[in-house]
Design a protein. Structure first.
Length: 432
């Protein structure tokens, strides 16, 4: 049953608290299984990867060489797609590329008032692994949203892994990889693929960072290899929060809410409105649209278990609720969306106005659709160019500038009881 929470109810705040604190991630005891797989792949390399691929993906490969998807397969996959679909992928890729080029940071280099040269330099991570879900959850858009920012950042080696259950691979995934310039692709998935990327095998050289979504086993594996490699984030179920006034068409808002509900039974769709009758109209439209959606069973379970309609007195009352929910996707379908957006601090991506549905961001707008979930927008950001770059500080002193600052540094080193630090400062002065 969908929660409808109205501002005039005596338990309004308690129900909001319960909604904010509800858990949607599935508690699956997979960590021990994942630990064993990681250790096995680290010890036995290709042999372990082949065994787990046969066990979990029902795919028997003759040898480790067959793990890699060759250029002929990639070209054949692209040829199997319609020209219209390839054009759509290329259109999306060009927009993602253009947006992320705007994110590229500039370094700096200056000499301060003491004569010390200081600077900051950005360099790309050398090798990045991209995990792409396979089977029914094959999303070519996710390939673009992960790979294109990496390429813009200047990553030289981008390695894609994608499981192929029963040997089946969505040709659009390979086409998207080709468009994004990814040509090192392996037909493996699960924790064993994460292990291969992190530790390397005889066939697969290790990477420095792993990005991309996956199931509970992939998420657990990413947690465990963090520190050996970097990771982007641990992605939870998708979520959308729509703030809408009564001037909207109810069916539009209903469609937006269902666009995330159809992802996963643990996804969450929430509407905040200032008109009780409008909230009821949206709920009615959701029921009507559920009768025609191909993924209606998933969407209905998500909506009924985790959905909510919150009726507030004014949209001023909505902003603290928005910030507590810290949604992955926030639609502001109101008369003055920009003004309202400036009062919001916690959201992965904000979609302004009545003609900007979240689905535009999923495919074509430009920013990566890899966004923080599970309230983590309170402290993290969506995937972008900076996730594929490292910042290095630059410091240079000559004798004159060093003389101006080392006295204070030496005092601090002595106070911390670090004699060698102090001596490394004083020795240059005493023996110059």
């Amino acid at each position: 049953m969908v929660d409808k929470i109205t501002f005039d109810e005596p338990d309004f705040q308690d129900r909001i608290d319960a909604l904010v604190n509800s858990r949607r991630d599935v508690d699956v005891d997979v960590d021990e299984v994942v630990r064993g797989i990681l250790e096995d792949v680290r010890a036995r390399g290709d042999a372990a990867v082949l065994e787990y691929t046969e066990k979990f993906d029902r795919l028997t490969l003759p040898n480790a060489t067959a793990v890699r998807i060759g250029g002929d397969e990639i070209n054949a996959a692209r040829a199997a797609c319609s020209n219209e679909t390839i054009a759509a992928l290329e259109h999306a890729a060009s927009r993602i590329d253009a947006y992320h080029k705007k994110q590229m940071p500039a370094g700096f280099d200056y000499t301060d008032h003491d004569g010390v040269r200081l600077g900051s330099r950005w360099t790309a991570i050398s090798a990045v692994g991209l995990y792409v879900p396979g089977g029914t959850a094959a999303y070519p858009s996710s390939v673009l949203m992960n790979a294109v920012p990496a390429r813009v950042a200047g990553v030289e080696r981008l390695v894609m892994v994608v499981p192929t259950p029963d040997g089946v691979l969505n040709p659009l995934v390979l086409s998207a990889a080709s468009i994004a310039g990814v040509d090192e692709i392996y037909r493996i998935g699960g924790a064993q693929a994460i292990a291969a990327l992190a530790y390397g095998t005889e066939t697969i050289s290790p990477v420095d960072k792993i990005v991309g979504p996956g199931n509970a086993y992939v998420a657990a594996a990413k947690r465990r290899v963090f520190g050996v490699v970097g990771i982007d984030m641990i992605a939870g179920p998708s979520e959308i929060l729509v703030v809408a006034d009564a001037k909207n068409v109810p069916s539009w808002i209903a469609a937006d809410l269902l666009s995330q509900a159809e992802h996963d039974t643990d996804a969450q769709s929430i509407l905040i409105c200032d008109d009780d009758a409008f909230g009821d109209a949206v709920m009615t439209s959701i029921e009507e649209q559920l009768s025609i959606l191909p993924r209606a069973k998933i969407a209905r379970q998500s909506w009924e278990r985790h959905g909510a309609v919150i009726v507030v007195e004014t949209f001023e009352d909505a902003t603290p609720i928005i910030d507590r929910l810290a949604p992955e996707h926030l639609e502001l379908a109101v008369s003055e969306p920009d003004a309202l957006s400036k009062k919001v601090y916690n959201a992965g991506a904000i979609f302004l106005g009545r003609y900007t549905p979240e689905a535009i961001g999923d495919y074509i707008a430009g920013p990566s659709h890899v966004l923080p979930t599970s309230r983590s927008a309170k402290f993290s950001s969506g995937l972008g160019v900076l996730d594929f770059l490292k910042r290095t500080s630059i410091i240079e002193c000559d004798a004159a500038s060093a003389a101006k600052i080392t006295d204070s540094a030496e005092i601090l080193a002595d106070e911390e009881g670090l004699g060698a630090h102090a001596r490394s400062l004083s020795i240059r002065r005493s023996e110059a």
